[in-house]
Design a protein around this ligand. Structure first.
Ligand code: AP5
Ligand code: MG
Length: 214
């Protein structure tokens, strides 16, 4: 499987990547998650990325492309395929991804464009919690962890993301419309985009993606 999940913040990309990846045994590559791990480990890349992420802005294309190219060239990923979550999100990134995949001889199969109304996105992001260690995603109302404050998968603390503040969410939505919506058109022109109504229950969304893929 070689697919991309694209869509606004909070639409459920990470949730769907985990469902698809877990059941199909295909790793998901989330650029946001990779940045958060670098921030947690206080690396140079993490410190640099933090300056942008904390304001809801995009990390510059150059470092982002380099970071993702390295992951995609990993022999394990070349064998297993991938679910890309949050990359590419500019046309420049999409162009580079085309070059990287052409070079590897691994064409993309599908681009799933997830959409939901803004009010729903804001309510999903307002209650979200994420695991600091394994990245598992929870929601205080729709998907609470069994033991409050701790991850069901690895028992590490779960926290609210620093970029899930009202001002930052607004900025992330603005940037999605400005920078990432054109990426959906880019893949539409290549005939790869499938539009998915992500306002429904996560399992229904998952089944929709799976039946389209198969
Ligand atoms: P990133 O981590 O990718 O954030 P995002 O795109 O804003 O998306 P989110 O992770 O917030 O939402 P999601 O769609 O994954 O939703 P989730 O499944 O968690 O990027 C963060 C930052 O890193 C960016 O702002 C940027 O600064 C930087 N960055 C990342 N990639 C970059 C790139 N390529 N270039 C430059 N900079 C980059 O779901 C949300 C909540 O809703 C959860 O609580 C979940 O439980 C719940 N939920 C999900 N689906 C459903 C459902 N169907 N029904 C009910 N609840 C649901
Ligand atoms: Mg995510």
């Amino acid at each position: 499987m070689r697919v991309i999940l694209i869509g606004p913040p909070g639409v459920g990309k990470g949730t769907q990547a985990a469902l698809l990846g877990g059941r199909k045994g295909v790793p998901s590559l989330s650029s946001g998650e990779i940045f958060r791990r670098e921030i947690e480990a206080q690396t140079d890349l993490g410190r640099m990325a933090q300056r942008y992420i904390s304001h809801g802005e995009l990390v510059p294309n150059g470092v982002t492309i380099e970071m993702m190219a390295k992951r995609l060239r990993d022999p394990e990923i070349r064998r297993s395929g991938f679910i890309l979550d949050g990359f590419p999100r500019t046309v420049r990134q999409a162009d580079s991804l085309q070059e990287i995949l052409a070079d590897l001889g691994l064409p993309l199969q599908r681009v799933y464009s997830l959409y939901a109304p803004d009010e729903l996105i804001v309510s999903r992001l307002s209650g979200r919690m994420g695991c600091t260690k394994c990245g598992a995603i929870y929601h205080s109302l729709s998907k609470p962890s069994t033991r409050e404050g701790y991850c069901d998968v690895c028992n590490s603390p779960i926290v609210v993301r620093t970029d899930d503040q009202p001002d930052t969410i607004r900025e992330r939505l603005r940037i999605f419309r400005e920078e990432t919506a054109p990426v959906i058109e880019f893949y539409e022109e290549l005939g790869l985009t499938r539009v998915i109504d992500a306002s429904r229950d996560a399992e229904e969304v998952y089944k929709d993606i799976l039946s389209e893929l198969e």
